[in-house]
Design a protein around this ligand. Structure first.
Ligand SMILES: Cc1ncc(COP(=O)(O)O)c(C=O)c1O
Length: 450
């Protein structure tokens, strides 16, 4: 597989210098500082269109917000006429601010708080994906008390064979998500008897980094079988069959790629061979890719800060970011392609161990090749860092979260600015400014909304 699959589509090298979307990366780093997340907007648009075209009339895809979300991203999702899957009030807010209509927002999550349930009770979010019988009972009670109808899907937990990292395997024996066999059947029966909850469809997200379209055809079959068995409980004209996300994105040049067109072709074939319409009536098929849309559109730029020998032999390089802007190497041992953006014509074959700058042994890359004369002050790009980096970033060591820059046609737009020192302390009042609450042992102390 070529490196080009890993990089943003509009990554170009001229005279040894890399640019994305017509913007020179070293110049961008100078203008906005490092670390910095850079997103190739045309790449994102192309991926959104490719998945839309691939599923075609089967139904609009839904973007998995957890991969990467800011208002500008929600605007791109909205422009593409996609739905969106959110898991928190914050993600729902970003979706709304990006112009996504409530009937296109779906709420997921294995544990939804009172505030999150309120999103569907108040109509800010159009559909909720039920993850447990406890949640179903709670939502049913709240919907009856409020006298509002709520559209729901049932999330199934089925054993489907996917070889992936255990932390991104979300179905099967060890998974916390969804309802297994009898419980799922009970959910369908409870929904049939509910005055206020309307059963609109089923959902199954197996896990991430699935490169074989066959897996999604199997998931579709499981969903159709389930709905067919419980058709009597269904309360709508059109069944939503949501086969989840997890479409693979290549991180390294030899990683497998799932082409949207291949996925689409397999799903169209399955829709016919499973005789879905005949068995369960009209349906809408939803896919929920996250990383497959955004991972390869993004690169993170860091400045090289240290080069020195490792006590064990070899050499180390440290850059000015790390597990605060990208926890994936620490969480999953994830690996990346690393490129020196002003030395692209030099062979990247000098082996080093690459560290971040946090107060941990935060290895960002165990063994990578860099140009022999890479120097302090040079800028390196980590490829395929559009997904699960900004969205997973933290303020460990009281570091400020980096900005997000959208680049297109030679223009860089800072859609999220770097956090300021004041941002770091916006909720930190110190002892004297603290909100004070005197515990009352006789009264009700339960605060709403936590
Ligand atoms: C319900 C659901 N849908 C979609 C996704 C997106 O996964 P990916 O970004 O791998 O496509 C996730 C990821 O955890 C998920 O939990």
């Amino acid at each position: 597989m070529a490196m080009s699959h890993v990089l943003p589509q509009n990554w170009i090298v001229t005279d040894g210098r890399a640019s994305v979307g017509g913007v020179d990366l070293a110049a961008l780093a100078e203008r906005f500082g490092t670390p910095v997340f850079v997103i190739d907007v045309a790449h994102v648009r192309q991926r959104l269109t490719a998945f839309s075209d691939a599923v075609g009339s089967l139904g609009p895809p839904a973007y998995a917000a957890k991969a990467f979300l800011c208002i500008a991203m929600a605007e791109l999702v909205s422009e593409a006429d996609w739905w969106i899957d959110v898991v928190s009030v914050g993600e729902a807010e970003a979706a709304e601010r990006g112009g996504i209509a409530s009937d296109r927002i779906m709420l997921h999550g294995n544990l939804k708080t009172a505030q999150e349930l309120e999103l569907v009770l108040s109509g800010r979010v159009g559909r909720l994906v039920i993850d447990s019988l406890d949640e179903l009972a709670r939502l049913d009670r709240l919907a009856s008390e409020r006298g509002v109808d709520v559209d729901v899907l049932i999330r199934l937990n089925e054993d489907v064979d996917l070889a992936t990292h255990p932390k991104v395997l979300t179905s099967g024996q060890e998974a916390k998500f969804g309802l297994v066999g009898d419980q799922a059947a009970e959910a369908a029966a409870l929904l049939a008897g509910s005055e206020r909850l309307r059963w609109r469809g089923v959902h199954l997200h197996v896990g991430s980094q699935a490169a074989d379209p066959e897996l999604f055809a199997i998931v579709l079959e499981r969903l159709v079988d389930f709905v067919e068995r419980h058709r009597a409980a269904f309360s709508g004209d059109e069944v939503i069959l949501d086969i989840g996300g997890g479409m693979a994105a290549p991180y390294l040049r030899d990683d497998p790629v799932l082409h949207p067109a291949d996925l689409g072709a397999r799903l169209h074939m399955a829709a016919t061979s499973l005789r879905i319409e005949e068995r369960i009536g009209p349906f809408r098929l939803i896919i929920e890719p996250g990383r497959a849309v955004i991972a390869n559109a993004g690169v993170t730029l860091y400045e090289v800060g240290v080069r020195k020998p490792l006590p064990s032999g070899g050499e180390l390089v440290a850059v000015d970011g790390g597990m605060t802007d990208n926890p994936r190497p620490a969480l999953y041992g994830s690996r990346y392609e690393v490129l020196a953006v002003t030395r692209m014509d030099d062979p990247h074959d000098h082996p080093v161990r690459l560290f971040g700058r946090m107060c941990e042994t935060d290895v960002l890359a165990e063994s990578i090749g860099i140009p022999e004369d890479l120097s302090v002050g040079d800028i390196v790009a980590f490829a395929a860092t559009g997904a699960y980096t900004y969205s997973m970033s933290s303020r460990y060591n009281l570091l400020r979260r980096p900005p997000v820059i959208f680049v297109e046609d030679g223009v860089a737009r800072q859609v999220v600015r770097r956090e300021s020192i004041d941002d770091l302390f916006s909720g930190d009042s110190g002892l004297t400014g603290a909100e004070v609450w005197q515990y009352d042992p006789t009264g009700s102390n339960r605060a709403e909304g936590y």
